[in-house]
Design a protein around this ligand. Sequence first.
Ligand code: BEZ
Ligand code: FE
Length: 309
Amino acid sequence: MALSGKEDGGADRAAKTKYDPEFTDKVIAATGPKALPRLKEIMPSLLRHLHDFARDVDLTVAELFAGIELINEAGRMSTDKRNETGMLCDILGLESLADEISSKLLSDSGSSGTATPSTVLGPFYRANAPLLPSGSSIVYAAPDSPWSVQAAPWLTHLSGRVVSASTGEPAAGAVVDVWMADARGLYEQQDAGQPEMNLRGRVRADEATGRYAVYCVRPSAYQVPRDGPGGRLLELLDRHPYRPAHMHFVVTAPGFRALTTQVFDRDDEHVRDDTVFAVKDELLVKFEPREGDDRARWTVEYDFALSEA
Ligand code: BEZ
Ligand code: FE
């Protein structure tokens, strides 16, 4: 097979040497003795990869500034309700990769046991969701509102336990911070028809049993937002924008590591081609019809196992 110049190792080396061969070392050497230790450790590698990338693709100033503008625009769009820069990292697979690396470091240190796998936080997390007792509803829309009418067939009872990964005992004092898009694929901050903090809550698990329960909705697959640089990048890369139906969690308990994760509807058609590469087999769940409960048509169960801090 004929290799293009960029696939041929020899041509790559030629590309590197056609530019100042001492430049990268000069930039690395500019780091001072009082630099932050972790930065001192990682910057040489970052600079080498970054400069090699620029040389390998013959990056022009115009292209560099197009990239800078993309990041600037993502920064300008980001607020406490939406993290567009985080979404760019998700689309590039960087948050999933960092999650894999963090999980591996944790399991190599022997402290994660059979903990529930983590996955990406995503751009729609909001801090300080209402703190609620177990069994509460995180549907805050008035029952007769147009949103509630369309959501009615999707009302769901979610429950499970929060336990220690090493002992299987309840993780005392656990709080399940849960958020999700609605059945049309919209988070409350994307939808004027939903009240503030709709489908978000921090639910306290039972101290003695670790059980938690919450009324919510069965989410649907959705397209990641396409009104900003993240969506534009997907389009330019000819990639689809879909995430499979999922619910997000940050589960905390004193003495345990916080767990950021999601569960995915195993029957969703996009479960094998998530556009942000975040699905793990252990996080697949089955939604079942719920009988005898006029507050929910669906039920889903999931237990969280936390590793010791
Ligand atoms: C989300 O699940 O909310 C999400 C994650 C990554 C990119 C876009 C959306
Ligand atoms: Fe999401």
